[in-house]
Design a binder for this molecule. Sequence first.
Ligand code: FES
Ligand SMILES: [Fe+2]
Length: 336
Amino acid sequence: MTAPLSAPPDPAEQWKHWPHCWYVVARSDRIRCGGVISGYLGGRPWVLYRGEDGALRATDAFCPHMGAHLQHSRVAGNDLLCGLHACRITPEAEPTPANTSIQAGCRLAARSWPCREYCGLVWLHPPAEQPPPPPFAEAEAAHHWQTAGPERIAADWRAMICNGYDLGHMVAVHQREVVGEPVFDALPDRTLKMTYRTRVLPRGGLSSWLMQKLSGGCIDLVHTCAGTAIRVESRVGPFRTTGIFALYPQDLPDTPPEARQTLAFAAVGIPRGARFGRVQLWLARSLYLAFLKKDFVVVERMRLKLAGITDPGVCAISAYQATLAAMETETEPPLS
Ligand code: FES
Ligand SMILES: [Fe+2]
């Protein structure tokens, strides 16, 4: 007797729900000096604040003394002043051990989380001795940026990342057709690059009409994926723009895919020194957001299924995501 053949696992199941990577959790301009924000990554609670020196710092969310949530603390200098017993909390690699006796104003260390801000976005990494370099940071200095979001989308972040590489949806959703063969490069910094060209088709609405006029018909694109973020570099006629689209998953891994929620952030940049910079930046941002809006609608409530899919972009992004390590998660439900 032969054993019954079982279907091979769906490649979508190889994606880590929470890859061990940098996540965009806020826009820079939304955190003033003295501001404190909080959230969860993989069920792990964090707080992040801007000190008097203007720098961002992030830590575990609970005070090392008795566990007060530090979202109720206030910023004092470059530390947090815990709301419960007024200890000064500083983010450090090694937290103060439990059972340390305290008095008001004494200093305690809470475990720090790596955080950065660039391109107008705030990037957070789970605690790690040696976090990888934050992705796309080199784009900061060469561009003027405008940001957008967060927009809460009723979609699985995997479906949204997949969409960024899905060449097959270009005609139906964006009224563009892919010209020639896309080229894929798995880069040493653990990112995946896709280089391709599209032709703008008629009947795509105002934004497509405008793209047609600006580009003379063809658009050259490079997508680079780093975990849950994608950078899109585009050349439209003489205009070059860069967009960073970053996704912040909101659910635990066992949430059904069609019930998942994702916060989406965007930063759009044009090269410094570009002519009519303000107008170009406003136009680039409008066109990127109009493009993304079409995607956000079609991926809502999607139950991602990749078995048997042959689209080269989808296969490449799926294989790339399967190589990423998973972050350590906790099982507490995230705040909504
Ligand atoms: S709980 Fe924070 S100082 Fe006591
Ligand atoms: Fe799309």
